[in-house]
Design a protein around this ligand. Structure first.
Ligand code: XMP
Length: 517
């Protein structure tokens, strides 16, 4: 394990991902963790992340010198570089000015452990206040920039290295190479964190945890629950039963995808609950978005609970108890909920929409250590089809929150058609990987006058909401080619009854959210 010590900047997750891209397993730990506890994890190397701009700032976190005396190779980045310099007796100058953005780094010792094989001049991304003005004793200065005389230092004997810039961001052209040089050449690590190993290790861990007991898993149709289920199925086979609640708010072909493609790819035991009527009845007459969400969440729990109880009862007849619930919790969720070091039995709810307290299961969370892109790789390794592995995000409440107005079967069918057309055309144009997602929304309470064929129409508008995003927290509207938009518009107005207008949403997030409700 490589530990990435998080000094509270937004870069720690990125560094952890880059280390893993170098095929070395990494974990994030908070800087508040005592050094003795870090060392107890037996790390093969430690990376100190960026953080507050100045080591002199009030409550700037400290790094004790004992971290550097344990014989563990350390790479200090930005703040971590300065903290390392300070702890080892170097000098950090209180410049009070900030250097921010792209700058030119000059390598003064080509062929050093970090810089071997990289150009003598390279672009790097800086974001700092103070600067190291003197390297600690025993260190060689290996790079400078116009604003920072000591921009990198290395000590091969003690295996301690540091750079002032941010090698983890794309703007640092040779950043990944520097990081790999530290890992492979500095710390002597091997690139052996591969998807195959991840799958093998996970399977062993799941078997160990579940033993001969049984488990249930709620499938939503999304990537995370699908990959989690496929992994657990690989590990314990028929001891797992998946539950798929078809609430009638799915898109065209989606339920079939779960029922057929997923089962075909995994051989999982699947219990499909057709709950369309129950959901539509509960939603009748409701147009308030929050109320819709609450109703859908509530009904979902009812149906899932009922299905799980049936599975438990059936299993009981054969003398096996169902003790485990599989969830697709990802590493960023774990880090963000302050975890990372926490253990299994916390209840994280986001995937199955909040399970009731009295449904007593232990959790199996095989994706707890993985980032989203790694989850997709594991899914591919397990043989899941591309349509599942590269699926764009789709909200749990489904099309129920894409009909502005009351949700009825008729409106759902109409929206399903329009959505299918938009998806077909986006796929045909090869745009699936360029956009984050493209909600298609029916404005059921709005009508406008149109002319189609020889007559006047009075139909509903459909909204296209294609967005680009990194993490759905912020988003921008996608600039789709006009001819693709034109094809979607023509087909929807021609093929979907009662729709006579297609409009494009050109709002970023903020101020708009991605979904309309
Ligand atoms: P908003 O509309 O808040 O959406 O910008 C951000 C992302 O979250 C998805 N979304 C949901 N996903 N359950 C989910 O599983 C929900 O209730 C839900 N609401 C929004 C949305 O599609 C987008 O990717």
């Amino acid at each position: 394990t490589v530990l990435v010590v998080d000094f509270g900047a937004q870069y720690a997750q990125l560094i952890a991902r880059r280390v893993r891209e170098a095929r070395v397993y990494s974990e994030i730990v908070p800087h508040t963790m005592p050094v003795s506890e870090m060392l107890a994890k037996n790390p093969k190397a430690i990376v100190l992340s960026g953080g507050p701009s100045s080591v002199y700032a009030e409550d700037a976190p400290n790094v004790g010198p004992e971290l550097f005396e344990a014989g563990v190779p350390v790479f200090g980045i930005c703040y971590g570089f300065q903290a390392m310099a300070r702890a080892l007796g170097g000098t950090v100058a209180r410049t009070g000015t900030r250097e921010y953005g792209g700058t030119e780094l000059q390598v003064t010792r080509p062929g050093s452990t970090l810089f071997e094989g990289t150009p003598e001049n390279q672009s790097v991304w800086m974001s700092h206040g103070d600067s190291v003005s003197e390297a600690p004793e025993g260190f060689t200065v290996t790079a400078t920039t116009p604003g920072t005389p000591v921009a990198a230092f290395e000590n091969d004997e003690k295996k301690l290295y540091g750079v002032q810039h941010h090698p983890e961001v794309m703007h640092s052209t040779h950043g990944q190479m520097l990081l790999e040089h530290f890992l492979y050449r500095g710390a002597g690590l091997k690139p052996d964190w591969t998807t195959t190993n991840v799958v093998e290790e996970s399977i062993a861990a799941i078997r160990e945890q579940v033993g001969s007991k049984r488990a249930v898993c709620g499938l939503s149709g999304g990537v995370d629950s699908a990959v989690a289920a496929a992994l657990v199925q690989r590990a314990i086979g028929s001891q797992l039963t998946c539950v798929y609640v078809d609430h009638g708010l799915m898109r065209k072909g989606e339920s079939e995808q779960v029922e057929k493609d997923f089962v075909a790819a995994t051989g999982v035991q699947l219990k499909v609950v057709d709950a369309e009527e129950q959901f539509l009845e509960a939603l009748a007459g409701v147009s308030d978005p929050e109320q819709k969400r609450k109703i859908i969440g509530r009904e979902f729990i009812r149906v899932f609970e009922q299905a799980a109880a049936e599975i438990v009862a059936e299993a009981g007849e054969h003398g096996e108890s169902v003790e485990f619930l599989v969830q697709g919790t990802l590493y960023p969720d774990v880090v963000e909920s302050g975890g990372g070091t926490g253990t299994a039995n916390i209840k994280s709810h986001h995937n199955v929409g909040g399970l009731p307290e009295d449904l007593e299961f232990q959790l199996v969370e095989p994706l707890r250590r993985l980032f989203k892109d790694e989850v997709r790789m594991v899914g591919a390794e397990l043989g899941l089809p591309d349509e599942i592995v590269h699926r764009q995000p789709f909200p749990g409440p489904g099309l129920g929150i894409r009909i502005v107005g009351e949700v009825t079967k008729e409106r759902l069918d109409l929206l399903r058609e329009a959505d299918a057309i938009a998806r077909q055309e986006l796929t045909a144009a090869g745009l699936d990987r360029d956009i984050w997602q493209c909600p298609v929304v029916l404005l059921a309470d709005v009508r406008s006058v149109g002319v189609q064929g020889d007559g006047r129409t009075y139909g509903h508008p459909i909204v296209l909401r294609p967005v680009s995003s990194e993490d759905a927290m912020t988003a921008d509207w996608s600039r789709l080619p006009y001819d693709v938009l034109a094809r979607i518009s023509t087909r929807i107005t021609n093929e979907v009854a009662d729709v006579n207008r297609v409009v494009l949403d050109v709002t970023s997030k903020p101020p708009g959210t991605i979904e309309w409700e």
